[in-house]
Design a protein around this ligand. Sequence first.
Ligand code: TRP
Ligand code: SF4
Length: 443
Amino acid sequence: MVNFGVKENEEGKDNSEEGMKVTPWEVEGVVDYDRLIREFGMQSFSEILPEIPEPHWLMKRGIIFGHRDYHRIVSAIKRNEPWAVMSGFMPSGLPHFGHKMTMDEIIWHQKMGGKAFVGIADMESYVVREMSWEKCKEVGMLYIKSIIALGLDENSIIYFQSANKSVKDLAFELSAEVNLSELRAIYGFSSDTNLGKMFVTSIQASDILHPQLKEFGGPKPVIVPVGADQDPHLRLTRDLASRISIFSFEVIENGMRIRSRKSEEHLRKLVDLLDFDKIVYEEHVDVFGNPAEIESDVRNIEIEMGGKAFIPPSSTYHKFISGLTGGKMSSSKPESFISLLEDPESAVRKISKAITGGRITAEEQRRLGGEPEKCAVFEFYSFHLVKEDKLMEEIERECRSGEILCGRCKRRAGDMVYNFLKDFQERFELAEEKLDSYDIIMG
Ligand code: TRP
Ligand code: SF4
């Protein structure tokens, strides 16, 4: 059982006792973030936080709560070695604040020195949402203009999956490494799942791995910032990275044990070329020295041999925000979320109608204070509106002490959303003119 809480192999059926279900295509119930860490081998972000020179505010606030192998990124930054940031967006509805989180994370990593890759997952949308190619393109362009408006710089690779030959070819090769039982276990697919839906899992793995292809400079750490629901894709992709590469690594005392997944011939050739102390066994070789240096030399040799030598991708995970009306955000409930492109007045109205952690009467709220942990407005401040921790603490204090009542608090949040959207939408218009200076791979 590898899925988040899907206990049966039948797609779409929730058999988890806790009522938590997280697959890349749906999120139901309350997500237990600690459980994702305990049961699925995700690491808690707070452990790595002190090593990051100037962490993003979503990291400090614990909204980015988990990661896999982020240390690879930290050390690439510190040593000034090449690395990349990659994430993808499936065309569904209008761009919203949820997309903005991932977009901001890509941009932040780009500012930290990562080469940025932005995928528009039109193939995924075609099979999962049954969206026409024209509609995929139309919606995809809105996402592209949004990320440009938010500050993505020109030195980026932006593409639609369906137009990217490197991604499609690599996906095909990756698909040869995956079988149905595995897809069942990871995604809960069943015998009625169509082939397209199965194949887009390889496409996504390929999105994530293709920045390491030779044409993009070869193996390098790649960080994939995503929502927690995408972790099944990352578990599969990390596994595929090793499966499709020739040599595998295991840390041993004073060095690395290397095996070949292909032929013995490869191992023998490696032994000849690798300039370290080593003991050669029949099925593996033990190499002594600095593990990172050994790994990097072995990868270079693999590339020369025509292998891929992929490094398992790193990832960060952010939490999901609840809907403004309580429960989850849903595109079928327009009041539950705010689009980046909606009329700012309408956004203010939605904030004013959101559920809060306020008390029944004003008198009671002044006496007892509000309950920010139950408040969608407070969550919106924390996820989207307030970068400064000081201001966030101040908002919480005013709420808990009863110093501010919900009406005024919502007006303040409304003003912030209004100003943000006004400014964003101006930049969005300007992005149209800037499109030409970006490298966009589209059909
Ligand atoms: N499946 C993702 C979603 O539904 C989109 C996506 C496609 C993606 N390719 C990716 C995310 C690669 C991260 C990396 O939002
Ligand atoms: Fe939410 Fe603000 Fe009301 Fe507190 S005062 S419950 S933060 S709306």
